[in-house]
Design a protein around this ligand. Structure first.
Ligand SMILES: Cc1cc2nc3c(=O)[nH]c(=O)nc-3n(C[C@H](O)[C@H](O)[C@H](O)COP(=O)(O)OP(=O)(O)OC[C@H]3O[C@@H](n4cnc5c(N)ncnc54)[C@H](O)[C@@H]3O)c2cc1C
Length: 463
């Protein structure tokens, strides 16, 4: 088998447009959508290997559009602030970087301009970027391959929608040994030379200039974007906080989790890098296992859900038992109802819920334990489960830096329609979907301290 056939059979690779690379072309193009990093990036690695085999340079192309569904200034600022360092990191691997913003974002036009031999892309199970990849496969004139670069176990190997973590876990664990290996950092042998008419990227240049963006959420301060900050956070987490993870992860007031979700969402760090650092860490096995359960099993369950369930962002994704029970309780009296605006402005009677909402508004991140409570209360305080679902998706996607992510849709589906969960005791409004009360939730951790911490953030005006 020659190298090309070998690569095509890689379990991460999907051949979108078949054919042999055009040997007369000038370079290999990597169309970077999701995996915005130069390190531990199987799509980039494949592009570099292909370039070396063809003895051609490699260039990364990123097309920036202002209309990505539910993305606003908060998300775009985080994305573009990582770009200058990304370009430098790619340069260290001899790989070029070209960013083109709307209306000059066309991949096929760029590929023609630079005379690509082959285009490699990365993957993301969300509807919109997948439709762009399908269109690219039609428009490009050269072979187009994509690589499932942001999971540990390639998502296609899970074959179909998994019912729950318990059905996915054994499959993932069986496959893990094949994929938990440190990637080699290969350099492009032929360095990319920037054509003279391509403008250089400068840190001073505002990459968002001229783009009409949704400004419904302001940018947040205090979380530096990019691979280097993500690696620093990872290092600090494995050295200081991983050992306490099983004990502290459900304590929002203790900041015991890694807070790496925005970096994973933007592809600034890969899950494999995190998993290997956790495995290598000097921490109890129980802590390593607890963390890897979230990072791999729960995260890849969410990716599986979005990849295989076309209704992932609406209530229609629900299981028959949830449909029955929520239907049975559709007409229940709802003593407390809030409008979407009241929820958005954190104007409820519940101080814990308001604090969680404010944490998200102010910092672009909310603790997992409170995300569960937050979404359950939206169900309780909305006129119907369908309205609750849409409100939760809208607010989560608008304000969380890690929003618009499979984890968000799976988390909301879990909280509101019992996805990946099981039926519990029946009660008003929720039917047998699991309920969380203020009294029991606020007793599980030092909720007064958490509310005070968010109050302090608010007083400092951290936006
Ligand atoms: C209603 C609701 C909404 C959510 N919205 C989002 C979202 O928009 N984006 C997002 O990334 N996560 C979301 N989650 C999942 C989870 O809350 C976050 O991933 C987690 O809080 C991120 O914090 P961390 O990085 O400190 O997590 P850690 O505890 O440090 O975990 C490490 C990584 O494991 C993954 N992970 C952790 N918990 C979960 C989980 N329950 N499900 C899937 N993966 C998990 C994340 O990638 C996380 O970064 C949501 C959960 C719920 C219940």
């Amino acid at each position: 088998m020659n190298l090309w056939q070998q690569w095509k059979q890689d379990r991460r690779v999907t051949v979108r447009r078949p054919g042999e690379p055009d040997a007369a072309g000038r370079c290999v193009v990597y169309w970077m959508q999701r995996a915005q990093r130069a390190l531990d990036n199987p799509a980039l690695d494949l592009a570099v290997r292909a370039g070396n085999e063809l003895q051609k340079p490699v260039v990364v192309f990123l097309g920036l559009v202002p209309f990505y569904p539910h993305a606003n200034v908060r998300h775009y600022r985080f994305l573009v602030s990582a770009i200058p360092a990304l370009a430098d990191d790619l340069g260290e691997r001899n790989v070029g970087f070209v960013l083109r913003a709307y209306p000059d974002h066309s991949l096929s036009r760029f590929s023609e301009e630079v005379r690509a031999c082959l285009v490699v892309g990365d993957e993301n199970p969300m509807r919109e970027p997948e439709s762009w990849r399908q269109k690219a496969a039609q428009d490009l004139r050269v072979p187009f391959w994509t690589v499932d670069a942001d999971v540990v176990v390639p998502s296609r190997l899970l074959e179909k929608e998994q019912y729950a973590a318990r059905t996915l876990r054994p499959r993932i664990h069986r496959l893990l040994p094949d994929f938990l290996a440190a990637p080699k950092k290969i350099k492009a042998q032929v360095a990319w030379k920037k054509p003279r008419d391509l403008p250089a990227l400068s840190a001073q240049h505002d990459l968002l200039q001229g783009l009409k963006l949704d400004s419904s959420a302001r940018e947040v301060a205090g979380m530096a974007a990019g691979t280097r900050p993500a690696l620093r956070i990872l290092q600090e987490f494995v050295q200081r906080r991983l050992a306490g993870y099983p004990r502290e992860r459900n304590h929002p007031e203790l900041a015991g989790t890694s807070q790496l979700s925005p970096y994973l969402h933007f592809g600034h760090i890969g899950p494999l890098t995190i998993a290997l650092a956790v495995q290598k860490a000097d921490a109890p096995a129980a802590a390593q296992e607890a963390y890897l359960e979230q990072l791999i099993v729960r995260r890849e369950l969410a990716i599986n859900f979005v990849r295989f369930n076309p209704f992932y962002d609406s209530m229609e994704c629900l299981e028959p038992w949830a449909q029955r029970t929520l239907g049975d309780h559709a007409q229940d009296f709802r003593p407390v109802l809030y409008s979407e605006k009241q929820l958005e402005n954190a104007e409820t009677h519940d101080p814990l819920w308001n604090a969680a909402q404010k944490q998200m508004l102010l910092t672009g991140w909310m603790h997992n334990y409170l995300r569960m409570y937050w979404a359950k209360k939206i169900l309780e305080w909305s006129p119907s489960p369908a309205v609750a679902y849409q409100r939760a998706v809208t607010l989560n996607d608008r304000y969380e830096l890690d929003g618009r992510d499979p984890n968000g849709y799976a988390g909301i589906a879990w909280a509101i329609v019992g996805k990946h969960d099981r039926p519990w005791f029946t009660r008003e409004i929720f039917g047998s979907v699991r309920y969380m009360s203020y009294a029991s939730t606020s007793r599980k951790f030092d909720s007064s301290r958490y509310i005070e911490q968010v109050g302090a953030l608010e007083r400092r005006g951290r936006v």
